[in-house]
Design a protein around this ligand. Structure first.
Ligand code: C2E
Ligand code: MG
Ligand code: MG
Ligand code: MG
Length: 281
């Protein structure tokens, strides 16, 4: 591509590249005091059973609103936090805050928290988790930690040890974004996951590609045989939901059912104030 592009395009790209590097550096600097300034907050996206009526769980999603740069997406700031090491402190805050908030919710609802690979490999993780559970009184078996598969291959032994340590605390683990990256079915037997979350790219392909439906169906059947439950993420259309019902996925998450929302809206929703009404909005 670089060969095809004329000289003018080089002049166009360079400033953009510099701007991106500059922004990354500035966001890294702003991130230093962000926890102390209270710039982070959590939103929660409900995960439903197949009827779409019952909330089974809520995924915790981190938000950062910076005094200078405004709202920054996790897709942008998480990699920066991983590079500068702040992800450990920020991630610990997420676990504590999520447990604190969810301890006020009905006990049949679990919460899922995303873990960065760096957190998974940090020796302090079990202590952090136990501290968050003790401080909030939140039951260990209502907490699920999501890790993406890309993490696992980097150091199989260390990943396995960390996941087992989490499971020993009675905290459950979810393999997130399954099917992306260098996915391999052998992961499913090698690692102790209780839940498999199927990446939204497969769900998005449903309408155009019967092959995607077949793949997801096979994954669901395999997961069931291995004693794992399945969640489909990124469900945006009724047709996708109908397919997932037909192929017996256990749970669904996506904009069709509910967007990520602040904690107080989750409380209202769980208190029974019209789940149906809210999922249409
Ligand atoms: P993820 O864990 O796969 O989270 C799901 C993402 O998909 C969220 O984006 C959610 O808002 C979005 N989503 C949910 N339903 C739909 C849908 O129907 N359609 C589409 N197009 N998107 C949907 P978000 O909140 O921007 O988070 C992006 C990623 O950032 C997450 O992907 C996760 O990898 C990471 N992340 C978020 N919070 C945390 C955190 O506290 N710690 C760590 N380490 N990573 C986090
Ligand atoms: Mg996730
Ligand atoms: Mg995911
Ligand atoms: Mg994802």
């Amino acid at each position: 591509r670089a060969k095809d592009s004329g000289r003018g395009q080089m002049r166009f790209y360079e400033p953009l590249m510099d701007e991106k590097i500059e922004r990354t550096r500035d966001l890294g600097a702003e991130m230093q005091g962000a926890l102390e300034r209270g710039e982070f907050h959590l939103v929660f996206q409900p995960i439903f059973d197949l009827t779409g009526e019952q909330v089974l769980s809520c995924e915790t999603l981190l938000r950062w609103t910076n005094r200078r740069y405004g709202a920054i997406s996790p897709a942008e700031f998480i990699p920066i936090a991983e590079d500068n090491g702040l992800i450990v402190a920020i991630g610990s805050w997420v676990i504590r805050e999520a447990c604190r908030i969810a301890s006020g919710w009905p006990t049949d609802v679990t919460i899922a928290v995303n873990l960065s690979p760096i957190q998974l490999r940090s020796a302090n993780l079990p202590t952090t988790i136990m501290g968050a559970l003790a401080a909030s009184g939140f039951a260990a078996d209502r907490l699920e930690l999501e890790v993406t598969e890309s993490v696992l291959l980097e150091d199989i032994e260390a990943s396995l040890a960390a996941l087992n340590a989490i499971n020993r605390l009675k905290v459950r683990t979810t393999l997130d974004d399954f099917g992306t990256g260098y996915s391999s079915l052998s992961y499913l037997t090698k690692f102790p996951f209780q839940t498999l979350k199927i990446d939204r790219s497969f769900i998005a392909d449903f309408e155009q590609s019967p092959a995607s439906v077949a793949i997801v169906q096979t994954v669901i059947e395999l997961a069931a045989k291995l004693g794992m439950r399945t969640v489909a993420e990124g469900v945006e259309t009724q047709a996708q939901l109908d397919q997932l019902r037909r192929i017996r996925c256990d749970a669904v998450q996506g904009f069709l059912l509910a967007h990520p929302m602040p904690a107080n809206m989750v409380s209202t929703m769980l208190a029974g104030a019209g789940v149906k009404a809210m999922r249409r909005s």
